[in-house]
Design a protein around this ligand. Structure first.
Ligand code: 5GP
Ligand code: ZN
Length: 133
C-alpha cells in the first residue's frame, strides 16, 4: 500500500529498531514509547485493522506477542506487559495499518492505561448480551 508508513517499516524500506522478523511480521520499537521497550507487531502485508486481518494471521500475531512478552519479562525485567490493539479513530488508532502494541510495564512507571468503570443495570447488560450473542 503506497504511502503507508508501516508498510514501509514492515518491509524494511525505512530502517527501524527491529527486534524480531518472521516471514509474515516485523516487530519494531515504537518511536514514541509509552515505556522503556514499547514495541509494535506489524504484519508485512497491509491490513488496515483487525477487521481486515485474516484469522490465521491474527493467530500468528498473538503467538508472536506471547514470545515477545516473555522476552520483555526476561531481558527488560519489567513487572508486567500490556497488549493494546486499536481499531479506527474512535478507538485511538492513528496509523491505519494493523498493529499490536506491546508495552512493558514497570512499577510506578507513571503511565495510565485504562477506563472509567461503568455502572450498567442488569437490564442493560441483558440487552447487550442479546445483541452480542
Ligand atoms: P495507534 O495509535 O495507531 O495504535 O499507534 C500508532 C503508534 O505508532 C504510536 O505509538 C506511534 O508512536 C507509533 N509510530 C508512529 N510513527 C512511527 C514510526 O515512523 N516508526 C515507529 N517505530 N513507530 C511509529
Ligand atoms: Zn500498510
Amino acid at each position: 500500500m503506497e504511502n503507508c508508513i508501516f508498510c514501509k517499516i514492515a518491509n524494511g524500506e525505512i530502517p527501524s529498531g527491529t527486534i524480531e522478523e518472521t516471514d509474515l511480521f516485523r516487530v519494531v520499537l515504537d518511536v514514541a514509547p509509552a515505556t522503556r521497550g514499547h514495541a509494535l507487531i506489524l504484519p508485512k502485508a497491509h491490513y488496515a485493522n483487525l477487521y481486515e486481518l485474516p484469522e490465521e494471521m491474527a493467530g500468528e500475531a498473538m503467538k508472536l506477542a506471547k514470545r515477545i512478552a516473555l522476552r520483555m519479562k526476561e531481558r527488560l525485567g519489567c513487572d508486567g506487559v500490556n497488549l493494546i490493539q486499536n481499531n479506527e479513530e474512535a478507538a485511538g488508532q492513528t496509523v491505519f495499518h494493523f498493529h499490536i502494541h506491546l508495552i512493558p510495564r514497570y512499577k510506578e512507571d507513571g503511565q495510565k492505561i485504562g477506563w472509567k468503570p461503568g455502572e450498567p443495570t442488569s437490564q442493560e447488560l441483558d440487552a447487550i448480551k442479546t445483541l452480542l450473542t
